[in-house]
Ligand binder design. Sequence first.
Ligand code: 4AD
Ligand code: MG
Length: 488
Amino acid sequence: RTPIRAILAATDALAGERVVVGGWVRAGRVQCGGTMAFLTVNDGSCHASLQLVVEAAWVAHPPLARLATTGTSVLVSGVLRVPPGKSKERIELGVEAVIEAGEVDDPAAYPLPKTRQLKLDHLRDFLHLRPRNDTIAAVARMRSELTFATHSFFRELGFLCVHTPIITTNDCEGAGEMFQVTTLFSQAQKADRELKLKLAAHHEHDADDDEEGTVSFESDFFRRQAFLTVSGQLQAEAYACALSGVYTFGPTFRAENSHTSRHLAEFWMVEPEIAFANLQDIMNYAESYVQYLCKWLLEHCMEDMEFMAKTHDKSAIERLELVSSTPFERVSYTKAVEILMGSAGSKKFQTKVEWGIDLASEHERYLTEVIFKKPVIVYNYPRGIKAFYMRLNDDQKTVAAMDVLVPKVGELIGGSQREERFDILKQRILDAGLPMESYEFYLDLRRYGSVKHSGFGLGLERMLLFATGLDNIRDVIPFPRYPGKADL
Ligand code: 4AD
Ligand code: MG
């Protein structure tokens, strides 16, 4: 099977070639008294579709009209040719055999008919079918490219990709926004357990004294409360403190009850962690990484970017071009607050700005869209609004944290230099009220060969919002999870 992308990229050079093509009919019409069908077929390899010309004589089953129904899948063989006469197609496929076809049971019920373009929020009711929509398909290709670009960027730097766990007992951000992992014991396990308890009573030995390796019914599988990770950072730090430059890239989970267009309960995060690096260093890494991603999209996804610019956000391409070639602004939190307070006359914010507040999305966007008109790195945040692991600055009031803010989105990246001093870190864990036993391993990293180190996390979906210009984060992840939505 030849991907349609390869055929369209080659145009007439392939005329005369015999190929096999498979895809889904986007639109079809039967002409010439029912003897010929023209099918516009897309296989997801690129935005554009290929025109298939099918003559009734070649098709035993299904009838041409069924084949031309939107949503039908086809696998055909034929010969590529330049269309005769005037045609907007540069190349088409003259079908000689329909190898396979998957019919649409009830065309009237198909949720994506060619006559009715569903809006993105309606498409969320059909998460399983929406990849057949042009926008969702373009996002999927761009998401795949960003994933590949990420591995490429860090590999070029010599960093190792480390797979950190999804189930953990730590709350990396210390915000308590975690999903707990519990066990559903099967009936058989329950029966087995009851039998064991009876036997134990009979032998008068403690029922909870199970031999090593068996699971007690009362306690949970992990014997401690376990959660879905909010960030792979702490484990990435363990590896950075041995292997120098590492990154982890995986799903992370937040039980934030927020119904915003920028938050998900499950999102993918890229988290580099670098030994011997300080705050300045990771600001540099973060800037080059974001620029690398923008350049990569411009180089590998132009067709999809042009589609996004045409349909959703006309400045999408200029925004990527600007970001990939302009140094980011760098401004301390204190300075950023001064700027925002200075703007109070001209701009009314919903949340009042004063030193010590956590910047809200409206403040972040104002800084990057109105004041600087480019990405902004805000650094040295108040300690009170940031996580326990961030390195305390000499002023004792701020920590060596940095956020990268970008137009359309606000916060794209959050990172910091980590607290490498044992006593200070221990005190900060205590002050945060975190259970010390879960952080002993983390303190060990400061007991044994502690090292200055820093890292950051980029939310992949936020990067996609920025790149595509789409408005809702639920449309840039295949199967979004948010309050009330985990089906499929
Ligand atoms: O700022 P955050 O919470 O930082 C961390 O988790 C650090 N442990 C990262 C590190 O230093 N290794 O999250 C990092 C980024 C944010 O800047 C944002 O892009 C994204 O993750 N993010 C979310 N994306 C979608 N939905 C949510 N609920 C998100 N929360 C954070
Ligand atoms: Mg953050």
